[in-house]
Design a protein around this ligand. Sequence first.
Ligand code: GLN
Length: 302
Amino acid sequence: MQHILDKALRQGRSVTGLGEVASYIPELSKADKNHVGVCVMDSVGGCFEAGDVEERFTIQSISKVVSLAVALELYGMEAVFGQIGMEPSGDAFNSIVKLAGDASRPYNPMVNSGAIAVASFIAPELTFDEMLERTREMCGDPDIVLNEAVYHSEMATTSRNRAISYLLESKGVLRCGVDEALELYIKMCSLNVTARSLAYLGLLLANGGIRLQDGKQLLQPETVRVVKSIMHTCGMYDGSGEFAVRVGVPTKSGVGGGLLSVVNKRMGIGIFGPSLDKKGNSIAGEKILQFLSAQMKLHVFD
Ligand code: GLN
């Protein structure tokens, strides 16, 4: 395993020059695009790592997985999906097109519109500190904190998410005010994680919501099943279809360079690689997952 991972890391490193770090959130442009790290945690307690696995970066859109899980635990599937769709949008993560047209609700919880709606479900019930605590628990990482610099940088430049939020409000989708929903959404995106924290979360999902270390059920099996399905169909935005065919491992990306992957019943994989492709997915991360999937037969249909 360690040998495969070292090889995967080399493959990942070889493509970092082909992408760019995100810059539409100014603070993110400070990332070093050569960083690459991968961590695999398996269902028998093994943990394998290569590269920059201790580097902290903001979780960004991968927080959509945490928030969806929490919303499902709070309200159940029918209530959440009564307001938010389950279909891949085929559009960019921050697209406003369908919402500005006649769509009455967001396409799915993995695009910004859907995740802001999810945040508006949570905000009346849980504070940001409570969400932070849940994130730490789900990631097995007590050191996760809010990255204030990234949070303020995004808050100051988030006109597009604000526009999306007002459209959601106009369509009666939000369950709290625009400012409240946006604040929770962007704070959740600004949590500092590592590839290791993501691998831990991946393993929790792979393991049906049961924490391997002590057998505690942290998430209900139904929640985890829904979350993994949505990751598989919508987790890589408008690259989700191709990724599902080529790699076949339910994965969620974030513009901080993170990837969270779940190999059902077998392992969680966390990757950090801030050099992104045009769709906002980690370019090294995709390469690494393609390699690991082929080498270890991880595709859901293998
Ligand atoms: N916070 C980011 C945004 O709203 C998250 C996007 C992403 O990771 N794709 O634009």
